[in-house]
Ligand binder design. Structure first.
Ligand code: NDP
Length: 456
């Protein structure tokens, strides 16, 4: 049983730096356990996910998807006259929703009596925080939840490029977009811009997209998106970027003499933990080579009074993980509950078009762990929606099974709504169900999800 703390000698029991997903959850739960909590945020309450990440991105995905839906509508008898798209309308509607969520998160803190300091805070000692205004505040515990920040690699002209921080604020819809990187952000925005009618070129330093996802799904996404008009340049590092007088941008790749012409260049080459200038050295907190804060199983740093959760620890850069880490920290330190976060079988998705999603081991990970002692089942099908929409695109579901026990090790899928379908599937994988358990479940017809119980 963890001993409860009172911390009456300090200004607060807990001072949280960063009001994103992890910081807000930790603040709220700690306060509900009776702790006196303050949080500092230098930008906007809500953090990356709410302000300039998952939420506004998903709304742009929804917005861009209407292109396909409206085209399909004609097949169902609808006449859609004069189909036009206005970027400022979508952009502003999305930004308005971000404002709404910012207010909701602020209210959550207020309702839970968490004091807010809307300014930058740094660590001045093991129990001391210094605000940008110069004020110093003491706390029994400090929680670092500052998240991560897009990396902008060094190359001449990088100042003409934008990151995912700026992409939500574009003045107008670009005709030509070059995207550097082929990870989550690159593939999601490639899909959004492509659906909105922009010409998209994805440029990556390696020969692959979405490293870490199952290879068959990556191949399928590559084929489908190429057919949709997205161009790819692999093994092509950026050499330099030049801005022309008319405002357009020339992107020079490797040793290629001819540039790619673009109106917007989006760099999406990973995110770095946001620890620069945070003063962690004042409390003896050591950092890892990528600037991350190494923590133990309970989120404790090398300083006993300082904890860290979320992207700043660079374990799994996903919002639900930051939330769980924030909850577990607060429950343990202030609620006396012995809780920790399970990093096993974390489902994830890429909201590309079509989207893909996965949980558990990919085929190549399973082969590494189990050798040839695995079975791979799959279903390669053309969703009914695509048949009616005259789209040749096919969905692909894959199940990786331990051949000895029949236990499902991983499920991976690409096709319409696959992230929605995968969430429920992830429960079965996490629970350790077998292929036989899936087969024993009657198909729900007609649906795409039924393919999960029909795999061969
Ligand atoms: P990713 O790590 O997903 O992808 C980075 C891409 O940039 C890869 O294609 C990589 O190439 C390339 N790259 C890496 N370093 C360099 C470099 N120095 N120079 C040139 N290219 C480079 O990063 P993102 O920025 O797309 O996303 C950051 C994180 O945000 C993700 O890891 C994810 O955790 C999170 N996120 C999650 C989303 C979701 O859950 N749907 C959505 C958006 C973000 P390669 O690997 O081929 O070598």
């Amino acid at each position: 049983m963890v001993k409860q703390v009172s911390g009456r000698d300090f200004d607060y029991d807990l001072f949280v730096i960063g009001a994103g997903s992890g910081g807000v959850r930790a603040s709220r739960i700690a306060a509900s356990h009776g702790a006196r909590v303050a949080v500092a945020e230098e930008y906007r309450v809500g953090g990356t996910c709410v302000i300039r990440g998952c939420v506004p991105k998903k709304l742009l995905v929804y917005g861009s998807h209407f292109a396909e839906e409206l085209q399909d509508a004609a097949n169902y008898g609808w006449t859609v006259e004069k189909m036009t798209f206005d970027w400022p309308t979508l952009r502003d509607a999305v930004l308005k929703d971000v404002d709404r969520l910012n207010t909701a998160y602020t209210n959550t803190l207020e309702n839970n009596k968490v004091e807010r300091f809307l300014e930058r805070a740094t660590v001045a000692g093991p129990n001391l925080v210094r605000l940008a205004s110069g004020r110093e505040i003491s706390a029994k515990y400090i929680l670092i939840a500052t998240g991560a920040w897009p990396v902008m690699p060094e190359f001449p002209g990088s100042e003409h490029c934008i990151t995912s921080n700026e992409v939500f604020h574009l003045e107008k819809l670009p005709k030509r977009v070059v995207i550097s990187g082929a990870g989550y952000i690159a593939m999601e925005f490639a899909g959004i811009f492509n659906a909105l009618g922009c010409h998209v070129t994805v440029v990556n330093r390696s020969e692959t997209i979405l490293r870490g996802y199952d290879e068959s799904l990556r191949d399928r996404l590559l084929q489908i998106t190429m057919a949709r008009g997205i161009e790819y340049k692999f093994n092509c590092p950026f050499d330099r970027v030049e801005k022309r007088e008319d405002g357009s941008i020339d992107v020079f790749l490797g040793k290629q003499p001819d540039p790619i012409h673009a109106d917007v260049v989006l760099v999406a080459t990973g995110r770095r933990p946001k620890t620069d200038g945070l003063g962690l050295e004042n409390a003896g907190v050591t950092l890892g080579s990528a600037g991350e804060i190494p923590v133990d199983d309970h989120g404790k740093t090398s300083c006993d009074s300082i904890y860290a959760v979320g992207d700043v620890t660079n374990r799994v850069q996903l919002t639900p993980i930051a939330i769980r880490e924030g909850q577990a920290f607060a429950d343990r330190v202030f609620g006396g509950k012995e809780t920790s976060v399970s990093y096993d079988c974390i489902p994830s998705a890429v909201f590309s078009q079509p989207p893909l999603a996965g949980v558990g081991l990919t085929e190549s990970q399973a082969r590494q762990a189990f050798g040839s002692n695995i079975k791979v089942y799959s279903s390669d099908f053309r969703p009914m929606k695509n048949i009616f929409g005259h789209r040749p695109e096919r969905g692909l579901y894959k199940m990786i099974v331990d051949a000895s026990t029949e236990k499902v090790l991983g499920i991976h899928m690409i096709g319409p709504d696959s992230p929605e379908i995968l969430q429920a599937t992830a429960i079965a994988v996490k629970a350790g169900l077998t292929k036989a358990d899936f087969d024993a479940t009657v198909a729900l017809h007609p649906s795409m999800a039924e393919e999960l119980v029909l795999m061969r």
